[in-house]
Every structure is written in structure tokens, then in C-alpha cells.
Design a protein around this ligand. Structure first.
Ligand code: ADP
Ligand code: ZN
Ligand code: ZN
Length: 757
């Protein structure tokens, strides 16, 4: 679809009706009545009569034209410009069109991704209680209260002495202050009870600004370089590779300050898991009220509010996960993506966009720059530095002098078994752990969980306990429950093997719960916290556990990927990675890269404070380059071992790759559909070869079962196509879309695309 900018009064508008349900995903043409002529623009939300009953319906304008291909008599008129929605940036609509094309989705899915969804829900009103008295008056007033008669008032005011602002719910539910007490204090002018936007500046009154460290030479060079480019009107993509603690965030702040000083706005993307109180406070302390935060716990209404504030210019900096990329800033100057290698920057629903690539598109439309940061950049980004697409900067040392990278020891688990050690902890790790417990220092045990879940199998016949609805093994949980992590199916551990009736059914591998139980047994008395998907499902669950650990409430923290990111634990002096190599055995082409990143990050968790740290990798593959290079914190070493392998096997980033997945409840229908798609692609490749030779032709793998071949009783078949030029894959995708050779399958075949590179 061509998206047009308005140049002259147009008479027709192509709109997309905001109704969920696939078939409505097409452009409908409406006439623009004379009274609205010149007012309707691309991106605008309008009200149109829709369907047989001419129900008044909201629609998005996605194109304008002065001619109309359909029967003039059949065309209905736009009724109104919707006053309810915020006028949506046409830029974002254009971005949606690009995402639809580049990643494969419906226009509606793309629009829903980029446009803030307004919900008619009443906003979660968050009232807050705060002081109205000056600091001097507070103590005097509290002194006038009687601990006997005014106990409730004193309880509240004491709490407010510690925390300037308290959420209303905390005051009523935790401090048990009645509404009458609050009203009385508020009428006397002691406190204020007000409805506030949830994300008002939590350090208001403490003064933004704070102490800004003078940038060191390396940091200065980066800020000057990027700002210098900006002044010359050069807007590129920059990658800052710097170990954790090397001062990347300070560089970001320097760049943000430059943008604010020149009247522009900044989006800062941070993986959700790293969006901790600590990080957020750093931005608030420096930039005060111009900062706003998005996170996934916010309701649609709250997010919408933040977007409205951004659009009105009330805030200049938006910090948040992937979706913050679509903040409707009108003077966007910079998009920062921290921890750019994180997998959470890739959307798992259509359009399956990658935030880095999409940020580059948005930035190019807005005349903005993109800055990526990571200690372990994705192979993709580093490769693009080599091709000249990105500009590379490095920070090689930690910014604070005493903080040095911890030494890493590699322990060969095969030797442990030979020596008769059956514990999950190697002798060396157990020894170091014991030392920490004696010294009162903290340790982290990190379970590389990919492929390491505790699944059950029969020791007699080898049968694994699998989910009846999905093509995955069930996971053993405490209390003898077997749970499917895909669909939630649950059952008790069977007494005998369902296949051979043997009684010898046993767990294989170990989950965090098992590690916890073993460590408890080996170190009775040690205070242990565990963090995984089970313990953190509640609201703010992981934050609570991390804070407890940071606050010294435990000696050992056991967990999965989640614990290696975000929080700083100054008292942690030992990090043990149990089975470092297990993630190497994943099915995906980037399993090695993920392993290297996880190990490097895990190692970086030790010795963040005054005390020196120590790290142990336990592994069955001590000689594997991802393990060796992570131990040496050698990114370049890793990259140059990894790249030739990608090149040889034609994987991203050297080649672009597209996965086409066809799924259906009816397995035969899914097979027929994928074979039809396959035949179409074969014809395309055939034509290509005849025209241009076999050399550069697209490569195809499949059709075959998807790595997880069934989820919730839906069968999944895939095809993989690779080519040097991403556009070729997009062309194939568009061909499949328009011919849709699976459309005759009655069993509702769903097609999904995933394009990488
Ligand atoms: P990163 O984002 O790379 O992990 P940070 O920017 O968080 O690094 O810096 C790590 C620590 O070093 C922080 O406590 C930060 O305040 C401090 N720091 C960074 N740059 C400087 C500097 N130029 N002078 C003094 N301290 C600094
Ligand atoms: Zn059996
Ligand atoms: Zn299941």
C-alpha cells in the first residue's frame, strides 16, 4: 500500500475499521464530506457508518486520494473527526505501514502496535498522601500530638517523615489509617490527599540535577562524537560496547542533556527486567519531571495517559520497554536502546518486529539518531559496525577505579563425577560458597535454564512425560505436580510409567527448586532466596525478591536468567553458574551467542561494590569458545569465532532468514497448506535460477514440523528461507500473502512470518 501525505484537499479516505477479527483487515473507502474537506489527514481517527446497519464505528485513516475506484453510489461518508482519540501521528501510521510490509502482519495488527489504545476504563486512580507543612513545622506539630490519643496520626506522620509521598492504599491498608483521620489532618492543612498520575516524579522536592559526575575521557569522546554529528545534521546509528559499569548510562545522560538543550525529545528503551527502581531513579534524579516511565504493569489507560502527556510536550524523556518506541514525541531527537542484545526487543506477536531495526526506521523518519549500548552486543549489531552501517564506540574499563572485573574459574563437571561428587555443586564452588557464608558475604547461583527444566522420564523404557496438547515435556514442580509451560496443563506425577508400567520414574536434570533443596541440605542454616517464573508471577514479584536480597535478607540467591540483569548487588562476591553450557544445545542458530551473553553477564554480577568478586563456571564443555571467551570477558574473541560459522551456514546477520509457519487444528490441513506454500516458493526459486543462475538463489529448508510442533492442540509446520538480501524475502512473503495457496483449507489455517536480519 502506498501511504500518501496530504497535499491538497482530498475527496476520499481509505480507512481501517478498528474491529478485531481478521477479515476486516482491509482498506475501506469513504467520501470526505465538504464540511470536513482539508481537515482529514493520514493517521486521523474518524467516525464512519459501518456494515449493513451503518453502525457508527471508529476508523483510522491510512490513505487519502482524489479518485475512487469503486462505485460512487455505494460510497458512504465520513461522519466526524473523532474528538475522543488523540490525533495520531501520521508518522506512526507510516511506520505501521512499514512494519506490516517488512515483518508480515495485517495493517490492523501493525496499527495496534504503534498507536496508543484508548480504553474507556476509568483510569486506575492513584491517590497519594504527602506533607503540606514545611520541614520545620513538621516536628513541631508531631511534638504536639499525644502518643496515646493521636496514635494513628503519629503513625502516619512518622511514615511520612521517612517517605515524603505515600500511596493512598499503603496509608489505609498497611498503616491502617481511617478516612476520617486523613480528612481531619487534611482539613487542618497538615497533609494533602490528591489524585495524582501514578508516575509523578518520585523525587519531587528532593531537587533534580544532583551531582553529575564529570565524564572521563572515553565517555567525553563518545558524547562529543555523537553530538558533533548531530550538530552537522548527521543522524546515524551508534553502538557503544562497554562492560557493565563502564559508564554507558552516564554517556546516555550526556546525550540526553544535549537533546533537551536543543529542544528535542528522547526515547530510552530498557529491557523490562532491568527497569528497576534504581535505574529509574537515576533518570529522575538527573532530569526530574521531564521523565516518564512505561511498564507492562500499567493499564492501557495509564499508558495512554503517558502518551498524551508526551504528545502535549509535558515530558521530554520516555523510559520503557520495547513499546515505548512508539511514544508520540513530535520533536524526537534520539532513541537509546540499552542492552540492545536482549531478546525482549523482538516482538513475539505479529508484526514480529525488532526494536533496533524499527527504531532506526522511526529515527530516519524523524531526523533522529539511534544509540545502542551493550557489554555483549548482538552479533547482528557488531556485524553492522563492520559493514559501516553503525558507528562503533568502546568503553573498555569500569568507570569507578576500584571496580575490577572478577576472575573466572572454569570447573569441568566430568572430573567431578569421576571424583565421585554427585552434588550439583562442584567441590570448588562448594568451598567458595562456604567461605562466603563464613565471611557474611552474598553469593548468586545462576541456573542456565534453557533446556534444563526438570522433566520426568521412565528409567526403564525412557518414555518422557509429555503434555498431551503440546509437543513439550512437562516440568516437575514441588508438590509432585507436572505442569506444561506452554498451555498450563497440569497433572500429578504418575505412580507408574504410562507406557510400560514400570515404577522407576525419575526426574532428569534439575530446576531451581531442586537446586534450592540441594543447597539447603548441603548448607543448613544458610538463608536462601529463589527467583524463577514460579516465585515471580505476582505483581512486582521479582522486584520484591531482588530488593530483599539487595537488602541483605539472604546469603544465597538462586535463579534463572532473570537474576543476571538489572539490580546491583554490592555485597555479592561470588557468582556460580551451574551447567554453563546447557544453553548451547538449543535448537536455534543463535544458541551459542545467547550462552556467551548470559555467561558474560552472570560473571559481571560479582564484585560490583568495594569487595573483589569471584566467579565459577561449571560446565561439561570447558573447551567451548563461548564458555572460554565469556570467562575471559573477551567479546572480540567470541565474535570472530562465531561469525565464520554464521557465514558458512548462511545464517543472520550475514544472510537474512524468514520462517513461514502454518498452523491448524487439523494436522493434514496444516501439511497441505505448508506444501502448497512450498510449491509456490519452489516456483519462485526456479524462475530466479533461470533468470540469474543458481548461485545467488534463495535457499529453502523444509517443509517440516516446527521446533515445538504442537501447542494447545494446534499443529505447526514451517519453512525456512534464506537470502543475502532481505528484500528478496519480503518479496516472497508478499507473493505468499497475495496468492494465499492455503486459503481453501477449511480447517482454518493461520500463517505467520518471522523475518530476521
Ligand atoms: P553502565 O551503564 O555501563 O553499566 P554506569 O553509567 O551505570 O555504567 O556507571 C557505573 C558506575 O560508575 C555508576 O555508579 C556511575 O555513577 C559511575 N560513573 C560512571 N561514569 C562516571 C564518571 N565519569 N565519574 C565517576 N563515576 C562515574
Ligand atoms: Zn516406561
Ligand atoms: Zn501443553
Amino acid at each position: 500500500m502506498r501511504l500518501q501525505k496530504e497535499t491538497m484537499p482530498m475527496r476520499y479516505a481509505g480507512v481501517i475499521v478498528d474491529v478485531s477479527g481478521g477479515r476486516l483487515d482491509r482498506v475501506f473507502t469513504y467520501r470526505i464530506p465538504p464540511r470536513l474537506e482539508g481537515q482529514v489527514t493520514v493517521g486521523m481517527q474518524v467516525e464512519v457508518p459501518f456494515g449493513r446497519g451503518n453502525r457508527q464505528t471508529d476508523a483510522y485513516v491510512v490513505e487519502l486520494s482524489d479518485t475512487c475506484a469503486c462505485d460512487e453510489a455505494q460510497i458512504k461518508e465520513i461522519q466526524n473527526i473523532s474528538r475522543r482519540g488523540i490525533a495520531v501521528e501520521s508518522q506512526l501510521i507510516e511506520l505501521a505501514g512499514w512494519m506490516k510490509e517488512e515483518y508480515g502482519s495485517s495493517m490492523l495488527q501493525a496499527l495496534k502496535t504503534v498507536l496508543p489504545v484508548r480504553r474507556e476504563v476509568t483510569p486506575v486512580c492513584s491517590r497519594q498522601v504527602s506533607w503540606r507543612l514545611s520541614k520545620e513545622e513538621r516536628e513541631a506539630f508531631m511534638g504536639s500530638l499525644s502518643p496515646g490519643r493521636n496514635a494513628a496520626q503519629l503513625r502516619l506522620l512518622t511514615a511520612l517523615m521517612e517517605e515524603e509521598i505515600l500511596p493512598y492504599e499503603t496509608v489505609t491498608h498497611k498503616l491502617h489509617i481511617s478516612a476520617a483521620t486523613l480528612r481531619s489532618l487534611s482539613e487542618k492543612g497538615i497533609i494533602t490527599v490528591e489524585e495524582k498520575r501514578q508516575y509523578r516524579n518520585p523525587v519531587a522536592g528532593k531537587g533534580a540535577g544532583g551531582d553529575i559526575p564529570a565524564l572521563n575521557e572515553d565517555q567525553r569522546r563518545i558524547v562529543d562524537g555523537i553530538c558533533g554529528d548531530d550538530r552537522k545534521g548527521v543522524h546515524g546509528t551508534y553502538l557503544i560496547r562497554g562492560v557493565t559499569g563502564s559508564g554507558k548510562t552516564e554517556v546516555y545522560m550526556g546525550l540526553i542533556a544535549h537533546m533537551l538543550a536543543t529542544g528535542r525529545q528522547v526515547i530510552v528503551l530498557i529491557p523490562e527486567i532491568a527497569l528497576t527502581y534504581q535505574t529509574v531513579m537515576r533518570f529522575y534524579r538527573r532530569f526530574g519531571d521531564s521523565v516518564s516511565i512505561l511498564n507492562s504493569r500499567m493499564s492501557a489507560g495509564e499508558r495512554y495517559d503517558q502518551f498524551v502527556r508526551a504528545k502535549k510536550g509535558e515530558i521530554q524523556i520516555m523510559v520503557g520497554p520495547r513499546s515505548a518506541l512508539f511514544t508520540p514525541f513530535t520533536h524526537l531527537g534520539l532513541i537509546i536502546i540499552d542492552e540492545e542484545h536482549e531478546t525482549s526487543y523482538k516482538s513475539e506477536t505479529a508484526p514480529r518486529y525488532h526494536a533496533v531495526r524499527t527504531a532506526r526506521k522511526r529515527a530516519s523518519m524523524a531526523g533522529a539518531s539511534v544509540v545502542l549500548g551493550s557489554a555483549t552486543p548482538s552479533v547482528d549489531s557488531y556485524y553492522r559496525c563492520g559493514t559501516g552501517e553503525y558507528r562503533l564506540y568502546t568503553l573498555d574499563r569500569r568507570a569507578v577505579e576500584h571496580a575490577v572485573l572478577p576472575p573466572v574459574e572454569i570447573v569441568d563437571l566430568r572430573r567431578e563425577l569421576e571424583a565421585g561428587n554427585k552434588s550439583i555443586l562442584s567441590r570448588r564452588l562448594a568451598e567458595l560458597l562456604k567461605e562466603r557464608l563464613e565471611k557474611g558475604e552474598q553469593s548468586i547461583l545462576f541456573l542456565n535454564r534453557r533446556g534444563f527444566t526438570g522433566f520426568l522420564s521412565c528409567r526403564s523404557c525412557g518414555a518422557a512425560m509429555k503434555c498431551p496438547h503440546c509437543d513439550v515435556s512437562l516440568t516437575l514442580h514441588r508438590g509432585g505436580r507436572l505442569i506444561c509451560h506452554y498451555c498450563g496443563y497440569e497433572k500429578a506425577v504418575p505412580r507408574v510409567c504410562p507406557v510400560c508400567s514400570s515404577r522407576y520414574i525419575a526426574g532428569f536434570g534439575a530446576g531451581t527448586q531442586k537446586v534450592e533443596a540441594m543447597v539447603e541440605k548441603q548448607f543448613p542454616g544458610a538463608r536462601i532466596l529463589r527467583m524463577d517464573a514460579d516465585t515471580t508471577s505476582g505483581k512486582g514479584g521479582h522486584e520484591a525478591i531482588l530488593s530483599a536480597f539487595a537488602g541483605g535478607q539472604a546469603d544465597i540467591l538462586i535463579g534463572t536468567q532473570m537474576i543476571v540483569k538489572g539490580h546491583d548487588f554490592p555485597n555479592v562476591t561470588l557468582v556460580g553458574v551451574l551447567a554453563a553450557d546447557l544453553s548451547l544445545h538449543g535448537a536455534s542458530y543463535d544458541a551459542t551467542e545467547r550462552t556467551f551473553q548470559l555467561l558474560t553477564q552472570a560473571a559481571g554480577r560479582a564484585g560490583r561494590g568495594q569487595l573483589p568478586g569471584q566467579v565459577v563456571f561449571q560446565t561439561y564443555s570447558p573447551e567451548h569458545y563461548s564458555v572460554r571467551m565469556a570467562a575471559g570477558q573477551d567479546y572480540e574473541g567470541f565474535y570472530w569465532e562465531e561469525l565464520p560459522y554464521r557465514r558458512l551456514l548462511h545464517y543472520p546477520p550475514v544472510y537474512a532468514m524468514m520462517t513461514v509457519m502454518l498452523s491448524s487444528k487439523d494436522e493434514e490441513a496444516a501439511w497441505r497448506a505448508v506444501r502448497a506454500a512450498d510449491a509456490l516458493i519452489d516456483r519462485y526459486i526456479d524462475r530466479w535460477q533461470r533468470a540469474r543462475g543458481a548461485d545467488q538463489a534463495p535457499e529453502k529448508i523444509g517443509p517440516c514440523d516446527a521446533p515445538v510442533s504442537k501447542i494447545s492442540d494446534i499443529y505447526r509446520k514451517t519453512l525456512y528461507i534464506k537470502h543475502m538480501d532481505r528484500h528478496v524475502l519480503v518479496t516472497i512473503k508478499n507473493g505468499l500473502e497475495s496468492l494465499a495457496p492455503w486459503k481453501d483449507e477449511k480447517a482454518g489455517v493461520l500463517v505467520q512470518y518471522d523475518i530476521t536480519g
